[in-house]
Design a protein around this ligand. Structure first.
Ligand SMILES: Cc1cc2nc3c(=O)[nH]c(=O)nc-3n(C[C@H](O)[C@H](O)[C@H](O)COP(=O)(O)OP(=O)(O)OC[C@H]3O[C@@H](n4cnc5c(N)ncnc54)[C@H](O)[C@@H]3O)c2cc1C
Length: 289
C-alpha cells in the first residue's frame, strides 16, 4: 500500500510547526515517530494534504527530573524513557508500562508525544498519564496550555488539542514514598496492544494500611477509565475483599467493545482479574519500600 499524495514540511521550530498547522487546519498533520501515522497513511485511512515533520525541532527530546516532576519532551522516544534510570526511581509505574508498548523497533521510533496525541484507548501511556495525574503541555498559536491528562483524552483517537496545536511535553509527578504502583496487562502475544491494561496505585496511611486506591484502565472504554476509592474496610484480612469489590465496580463502569480478540463480557472479566492483582502488587510494593 502507498499513501496518497501529500506536501512535506520539515519544521525547524515549534512556532514554525504551529504556524503551518494553523495555516492548513484539518488538512495538515504533524508526524513524529510515524509508528501509528504511517500505517494509517498507507492504508489511506488518513489522507492529510500536508505532513509537518517535527523530528528536527531542537529541545523537544528533553528528559528532566527536578522539583518533583519528570519532564518528558514530546519527541523523547519510548526507548529513551525506558532506559532512563530517573524514570525507574521516580515514576515506577511509567517505567513498568513502557516495555509493553509494541516491540523494540517501535519503541526506538515511537514518541511519548505521539502516543499521547494519538489517544488510542488501548495504549499504555494515556492510562499511565491519567493514573499519575500527569499534565500535557500543548503549544499553539496563542502560546502554551497545560492540560490535566484526564481532561486531555476525550474519546477514541480524540483529544482536547486543536488542529493548530502541538503536544510539546508531558509532566509526570514523582511517585510519593507512601504510594505503590503496578502496571498489568493482558495481550494475546507480547507486543500486541493490550486487550485490557491496568495502571494501579495504592496509597498507604501512616499506620502502613491501604488508605486509597486508584486505577486507570486501557482497552475498556473510549478513553482511559479512571476510578478511585478510599478504603472502606481497613483491616489486613479484608483488603483482598476490598480490592475485589473495587474491581467489580470498575467492571460495571467499563464500556468495552467486542472485537475479534474478545467479547465485552471477556474484557469485563479481565478487569475483575487484573484490577485486584495489580492493586495487591502495588500494595505490597508500597509496604516493601
Ligand atoms: C506493530 C505496532 C504495534 C504497536 N503496539 C503498541 C502498543 O502495544 N501500545 C501502544 O501504546 N502503542 C503501540 N503502537 C503505537 C506506537 O506506540 C506509536 O509510537 C505511538 O502510538 C505514536 O507515536 P509516534 O511518535 O509514532 O506518532 P506518529 O505515528 O508520528 O503520530 C501519531 C498521531 O499523533 C499525531 N502526533 C504525533 N506527534 C504529535 C505531537 N507532538 N503533537 C500533536 N500531534 C502529534 C500525528 O499527527 C498522528 O495523528 C504500535 C505500533 C505498531 C506499528
Amino acid at each position: 500500500m502507498k499513501p496518497g499524495v501529500f506536501a512535506y514540511h520539515r519544521a525547524a521550530t515549534v512556532e514554525e510547526a504551529v504556524s503551518v498547522l494553523a495555516e492548513h487546519g484539518d488538512d495538515a498533520k504533524p508526524i513524529a515517530g510515524g509508528q501509528s501515522l504511517v500505517p494509517l497513511l498507507n492504508l489511506r485511512l488518513s489522507r492529510p494534504a500536508v505532513l509537518v515533520d517535527i523530528n528536527r525541532i531542537p529541545g523537544l527530546s528533553l528528559l528532566e527530573s527536578a522539583g518533583g516532576v519528570l519532564q518528558v519532551g514530546a519527541l523523547a522516544r519510548h526507548a529513551d524513557v525506558e532506559h532512563w534510570p530517573e524514570a525507574r526511581v521516580r515514576c515506577p509505574l511509567l517505567y513498568e508500562a513502557l516495555p509493553h508498548i509494541g516491540h523494540v523497533a517501535i519503541r526506538n521510533r515511537g514518541t511519548i508525544g505521539g502516543s499521547i496525541a494519538h489517544a488510542d484507548p488501548a495504549a499504555e501511556l494515556p492510562a499511565v498519564a491519567c493514573a499519575l495525574r500527569a499534565t500535557i503541555v500543548v503549544a499553539g498559536p496563542r502560546g502554551d496550555r497545560l492540560l490535566p491528562a484526564e481532561e486531555f483524552f476525550l474519546s477514541t483517537f480524540t483529544t482536547a488539542i486543536e488542529t493548530s496545536e502541538l503536544v510539546v511535553g508531558v509532566r509526570f509527578p514523582w511517585q510519593a514514598a507512601n504510594v505503590g504502583s503496578c502496571w498489568l496487562e493482558f495481550a494475546r502475544r507480547r507486543g500486541d496492544f493490550a486487550l485490557v491494561g491496568v495502571a494501579a496505585l495504592v496509597e498507604l496511611g501512616p499506620d502502613g494500611r491501604c488508605e486509597r486506591m486508584r486505577v486507570a484502565c486501557a482497552g475498556v472504554a473510549e478513553k482511559p477509565l479512571v476510578a478511585e476509592r478510599e478504603t472502606r474496610l481497613r483491616g489486613e484480612e479484608t483488603i483482598g475483599r476490598e480490592f475485589a469489590d473495587f474491581a467489580d465496580e470498575v467492571a460495571r463502569e467499563a464500556d468495552p467493545r467486542a472485537d475479534l480478540h474478545g467479547s465485552e463480557w471477556y474484557r469485563r472479566k479481565l478487569l475483575q482479574v487484573l484490577v485486584p492483582r495489580a492493586l495487591r502488587t502495588a500494595f505490597e510494593r508500597a509496604r516493601a519500600a
